[in-house]
Design a protein around this ligand. Sequence first.
Ligand SMILES: [Zn+2]
Length: 325
Amino acid sequence: VGAAGQARLYDAKVLVVGLGATGGAIAGSLARAGVALTLVDRDHVERHNLQRQSLFCDADVDAGLPKAEAARRHLSAVDPALSIRAEVADLHAGNVLRLARGHDLIIDGTDNFAARYIINDAALTLGIPWVYCAAVGAHGAVMPIAASGKPCLRCLHPDPPPPGSHETCDTSGVLQPAVAVIAGLAAMEAIKILLGQAIESPGLRYVEVWDLGLQIFAVPARPGCAGCDRREMPALAVDATGDAIASLLCGRDAVHVRPAETELDLALLARRLRGAAEIELQNPYILRFVVDGLETTVFADGRAIVKGSDDPARARGHYARWIGL
Ligand SMILES: [Zn+2]
């Protein structure tokens, strides 16, 4: 890309949402290209992630590190001069504009459509290009979306597909070589956008890695699109009920509980739980305890992952009882 191109990459700031298999691999490519990164992830590193999430290692599991912080440490070790910031947080309609503002590009490293539509509508609002990225089984898709937002993700599908209508990592798993190929394509599109290139053939790049096939599906900007045409941005409508939101995590027998707005004193909570619950792990980022047959990982921003149940109502009740709502 030459000296001028490299200078552009050094000046670029990219937000990576989701530091799982694809997000982690893309973050690795961009960090080695010299790009400044903000890493957002709501989860912690688990041993069963290591089969495909090549940014992490066994010691991250033992240390109980959140993925955003573990990724920051590994990428900073590659080049200590790089600017890399970790945000241990759940991206949602209420914080996406604050998190995304000031970046030149957003990378979708998420594993769910709700988050992708939030990214789509926030990117359109702020005029930031983004790269949609998904991998499952031995195939995946990448779609670069320009700052103009035309076409956007809503031009492809007006609304998120209903749960159960598409393959997930829960139903199909994902092979690491497929992740590597899809993440490589996404990082390439990201670098081209950061270098100021217009997107050639806008649309969805679909790759089948097992039987090697590549197709580009043209996605025309759709007249009347609620995103890039009517600019209604439905995904940014904030849920104002103030209730804790409990949602199933993909492939995990676990529920993510996000309370309205809180800040938890993890040390105080640990003292309160001592005697009643078994404290498994405590560091500045998370507290993990077991009680009532459920393993609960609480983050400093009040969120929790309740493992051992696939019932959001039970997880919310468990949260209310042991952490408090
Ligand atoms: Zn659109």
